[in-house]
Design a protein around this ligand. Structure first.
Ligand SMILES: *[C@@H]1O[C@H](CO)[C@@H](O)[C@H](O)[C@H]1NC(C)=O
Ligand SMILES: *[C@@H]1O[C@H](CO)[C@@H](O)[C@H](O)[C@H]1NC(C)=O
Ligand SMILES: *[C@@H]1O[C@H](CO)[C@@H](O)[C@H](O)[C@H]1NC(C)=O
Ligand SMILES: *[C@@H]1O[C@H](CO)[C@@H](O)[C@H](O)[C@H]1NC(C)=O
Ligand SMILES: *[C@@H]1O[C@H](CO)[C@@H](O)[C@H](O)[C@H]1NC(C)=O
Length: 952
């Protein structure tokens, strides 16, 4: 009898389990049917049959005992999208739901709160919007982890969530809440381990009740508008490991008590208005490793506990008003790696022990009152890579070995009273890229060994007492961009070989005793824009070759030049350039005139003006003649265009159509594309540079793709920081000009596939990829109707002064209406054309995404999309073949010096590129997802996301 009852009970249980399982399977399939699943990650759901379903489906897990009901669903990072599938709320046994890092939109589902055993809910990194449903404050009986980080949630901060008293993790950071305070009741969440509410528009103060959270491990209130003082009770949070209060409006002084926090590892109070001393016990916390308190108003001396801190490796206290010395044995007891005390009033010597543990990499002490010599011990610190000691009161010679530290790329010693010579040992500093020695008391000759520092880009040594000749070996510094040796006592000639410094843009040699001729070879440095040779003893004629240079600053005053000034230097912009060269004559040379006679001078002046005018007229005529002969069509354009130019502006412009038309000189040509020539024009009261694209005249254009109407129509509607801005168009009957913002660093293609490639380090390439992706994403997703670029390539991605990237050249862009447009000509460039072009002429955003994938491949591999090195194979084929044979890392650009350091990041970006160049257009992720994936590559390294969900 008893046995029968037992059997019955068992059967009942089994039936229940099977029923739950089959209905859970149905719920999952119902959920999938409304999901957008671009990568087909859930395609296998529904396969198979019999017992154990749906427990064996991808990303589904079941609890052990019930062997059937769905307990866990991990759908993170699958590019899933559209609204939350309500069917998931029917999974009554669900304990763990992770939908993070997808593309979900729309409101948060109220129904989730009714799930009886849900313990772990992660919806971070989506685009859920609207308010948090009030039902959530009354449900979630079992919730331990709530993660809504990085969505678009709005409305007041959901204070009612503090009702969920069992919570261990409360993460709502990076949402768009309206200003509201942190709820007082937060102190009642007695089990809370993580409180992550950064960038939630919180105002008000930090409730003192926060001190009751005895289990709190991570406290992150950063990037809010919280004011008032840091409550003393925080010192009671004995489990605390990380506290982030940066970028708020906190005031008052830092409370005592942090020293007692045994587990505290990192602390960031930066960018607030904190005042007073740093409390004496601050650095007594035994695990404290990273302390950031920069940009506050902290004052007083540093606490003595700093000298005995055991775990400290990162201290950033710059931009405060701290005074007094660093502890004398600072660095001896801790693994110091990063020290920035810049912009304070610290004084006394630099401690000799800073690198005692052999870890110091970055040493920034600039803008203080440190005095005495640079300690000899720092010469042994071979881990150093960045050294900034400028604007202090340091004196004495620089230790010999300090000059030659092999890893240092920035050595900044300017603005001190350092003396002695630059030792030839500097040859050991192979990584040196910036050497800044100006405003000191260095003496002696510069060592010839400086010429071996092939990474040097900037070398400034002005305002010292250097003497002797300029070492000709400096001409080997092929990356040198800026050389400033002014205000010294250098003598001898300017080495002719300086003409080999092809990357030089600024050369300052003024106020020395240089003599001899001005080398004509300087005219070979075509990129030079600043040349100052004033106050020397240079003689002879000014070489005509200097006319090749486009100098914005040219000064050769107060030398001993003689002879006739080259014609082009008679312009007004050079009127200050040649003062104090009595032997130099402007225009024509008399046999030693009488310089004091005033009458003479007036006559001379009139003659000069006359000559100058005549020259300008002649040049004008010659130019005109030349144009007429070579380009009849041009002459007629300008002629009958004179009165009929029409300027249509899309942004405010400070110039007239004439300003632009007048700059269309062959010497200003900066590029030539399929649609026409591109000129640089410097116009307007501020001398702003613009890029002018002159489209081929209509007659010529009929044989080409005529793109004017298309480009203007699209570009004038488009406004985004990563799209090149069209300022205006200027047209007359035959000639059409487009005026864009000028992008000083040219195109990505030119930069990446030339000698300038080494300028683009990995972080810059990464930024370029993100910028360009954001520009394209805007075109695809935010324009109405969406715009397909149709010619995405590295030559159409332009770089501004900071190497930010913007997408350009919509020559063939067409907006697409309802369906995909069929174009009559194949657009696009070799190596970038998506495979579907081969079998259909259908154009969708997906073709742009393919081309963009190729651009990323160029960034990651450094290769051209088609190149002889890869056997004229296209890059996509080459990359795929190599990865298949030798793995991902084999295709990374090994010329990048930091390739090792960024290997992981590069591989991640490479994987994104591979998704973009998938053969089947539908499988390529949408541009918006590409942007997101690219951003995640970096965000995984950010401390904010170190707050990973706790394993419960
Ligand atoms: C299932 O049982 C095994 C062994 O008893 C255990 O290691 C595992 O953690 C259990 N899994 C779940 C989801 O409970
Ligand atoms: C939160 O709890 C309080 C009482 O503890 C209750 O009055 C309030 O209605 C709850 N809030 C919500 C949104 O359920
Ligand atoms: C927070 O911001 C809201 C909305 O601007 C305002 O009404 C409230 O007074 C602010 N609270 C504090 C404490 O500043
Ligand atoms: C919060 O995030 C928004 C959007 O990402 C940003 O614009 C804003 O500056 C951030 N606020 C703070 C205080 O950092
Ligand atoms: C810290 O906790 C102790 C005991 O739990 C309590 O007496 C004290 O008031 C608390 N300190 C602060 C500043 O809240």
């Amino acid at each position: 009898m008893a046995a029968t009852r037992l059997l019955l009970a068992f059967l009942l249980l089994l039936l229940q389990a099977i029923a739950a399982a089959s209905s859970d399977a149905a719920h999952l399939l119902a959920a999938r049917s409304v999901l957008r699943d671009p990568t087909g990650a859930l395609a296998s759901w529904g396969a198979g049959s019999g017992r154990g379903l749906p427990c064996r489906w991808a990303r589904v897990s079941c609890a052990n005992n019930s062997a059937a009901a769905v307990a866990g669903l991990d759908l993170s990072k699958l590019s899933l999208g559209d609204g939350f599938p309500a069917a998931l709320c029917s999974l009554r046994s669900l304990e763990h739901l992770d939908l993070s890092a997808n593309e979900f939109v729309g409101p948060l589902p109220a129904c989730l709160a009714a799930l009886p055993v849900l313990a772990h809910l992660n919806l971070a990194g989506n685009s859920f919007s609207g308010e948090v449903p009030p039902e959530w404050g009354a449900g979630f009986r079992s919730l331990l982890v709530l993660n809504l980080v990085q969505n678009l949630l709005s409305g007041e901060f959901p204070a009612f969530l503090a009702n969920l008293t069992g919570l261990q993790e409360f993460s709502l950071a990076y949402n768009l809440f309206s200003p509201s305070p942190l709820p007082m009741k937060i102190g009642d969440l007695a089990d809370l381990r993580v409180l992550f509410v950064a960038n939630c528009s919180l105002n008000g103060t930090i409730p003192a009740s926060i001190g009751k959270l005895k289990n709190l491990v991570n406290l992150d209130l950063s990037r809010n508008s919280i004011h008032g003082e840091i409550p003393r009770s925080i010192g009671n949070l004995s489990s605390l490991e990380q506290i982030e209060l940066f970028a708020n409006q906190l005031s008052g002084s830092i409370p005592v008590g942090f020293g007692g926090l045994k587990r505290l590892h990192s602390l960031d109070f930066s960018m607030n208005g904190l005042t007073g001393d740093i409390p004496e016990d601050m650095f007594a916390a035994p695990s404290l490793a990273s302390v950031h308190m920069y940009q506050n108003n902290l004052s007083g001396h540093l606490p003595a506990t700093l000298g005995t801190a055991q775990s400290l490796y990162d201290l950033r206290i710059f931009a405060n008003q701290l005074s007094g010395p660093l502890p004398p044995e600072f660095g001896k007891n801790c693994p110091l790696m990063f020290l920035d005390t810049s912009d304070n009033g610290l004084s006394g010597p630099i401690p000799a022990t800073l690198c005692a543990s052999g870890k110091l990499k970055q040493l920034m002490l600039l803008d203080n009152e440190f005095e005495g010599a640079i300690p000899v011990e720092l010469g042994q610190c071979r881990t150093l890579i960045r050294v900034r000691l400028s604007s202090n009161r340091l004196s004495g010679p620089v230790p010999l070995e300090f000059w030659g530290l092999p890893g240092v790329y920035l050595l900044e010693l300017s603005g001190n009273a350092l003396s002695g010579t630059v030792d030839p040992a500097i040859a050991g500093a192979k990584n040196l890229s910036k050497l800044l020695l100006q405003d000191n008391r260095f003496t002696g000759a510069l060592p010839a060994k400086l010429g071996t520092l092939t990474n040097l880009q900037e070398f400034k040594a002005s305002n010292n007492c250097f003497s002797g000749p300029l070492p000709p070996s400096l001409a080997n510094l092929s990356l040198l961009d800026n050389l400033d040796l002014s205000h010294n006592s250098f003598s001898g000639e300017i080495p002719r070989d300086f003409g080999k410094l092809k990357q030089l843009s600024q050369l300052y040699l003024s106020d020395n005793h240089l003599s001899g001729d001005v080398p004509s070879e300087l005219g070979d440095i075509i990129g030079m824009n600043t040349l100052d040779l004033s106050n020397n003893e240079l003689s002879g004629q000014l070489p005509v070759q200097l006319q090749n240079l486009k100098l914005t600053h040219f000064n050769i005053s107060y030398n001993k030049l003689s002879g006739t000034l080259p014609v082009l230097f008679n312009g007004l912009q050079y009127q200050e350039s040649f003062l104090g060269n009595p032997g130099l004559c402007h225009g024509f040379c008399q046999s030693n005139g009488d310089p004091d006679a005033k009458g003479h001078n007036t006559i001379k002046l009139i003659v000069y003006i006359f000559i100058a005018a005549a020259i300008i007229l002649l040049i004008g005529l010659a130019w005109f003649g030349y144009k007429c002969r070579l380009h009849k069509i041009n002459a007629s354009e300008l002629d009958d265009g004179k009165s009929s130019w029409v300027l249509t502006s899309y942004h405010r412009v400070d110039f007239s159509e004439r300003d632009i038309v007048n700059s269309l000189d062959e010497s200003n040509v900066i590029g030539q594309g399929g649609a026409g020539k591109v000129y640089k024009a410097v116009v307007g009261p501020e001398g702003e540079a613009m890029a002018v694209k002159k489209l081929w005249p209509v007659g010529v254009a009929s044989k080409r793709i005529d793109s004017f109407e298309a480009e203007v129509a699209t570009l004038s509607k488009v406004r985004h920081r990563n799209i090149v801005k069209l300022a205006c168009s200027i047209t007359n009957t035959v000639c059409r000009l487009l005026v864009y913002e000028y992008m000083p660093n040219g195109s990505l293609g030119d930069m990446l596939h030339s000698a300038k490639r080494s300028i683009l380090d990995w972080p810059m390439r990464y930024k370029i990829a993100v910028n360009a992706a954001e520009g394209l994403s805007y075109l695809h997703h935010d324009c109405e109707p969406p715009i397909v670029h149709r010619d995405v390539k590295s030559n159409n991605i332009l770089l501004d002064a900071e190497y930010g990237a913007k997408v350009a050249d919509f020559g063939v862009a067409k907006t697409i209406g309802d369906g995909p447009a069929t174009m009559s000509v194949i657009a696009g460039s070799c190596g970038y054309i998506a495979p579907e072009y081969a079998y259909s002429l259908h154009v969708t955003e997906k073709s742009d995404i393919y081309s963009f994938g190729v651009v990323i491949l160029e960034l990651v591999t450094g290769m051209k999309p088609m190149a002889p090195e890869i056997g004229e194979m296209d890059l996509v084929t080459w990359v795929s073949a190599n990865i298949a044979q030798n793995g991902l890392e084999s295709v990374l650009d090994h010329t990048l010096s930091e390739a090792e350091q960024f290997k992981d990041e590069m591989c991640k970006v490479l994987k994104i590129a591979l998704l973009c160049v998938l053969n089947v257009p539908k499988s390529r992720p949408p541009m918006r997802a590409v942007v997101k994936m690219l951003l995640e590559v970096k965000e995984e390294n950010k401390p904010m996301l170190k707050l990973a969900p706790l394993s419960i």
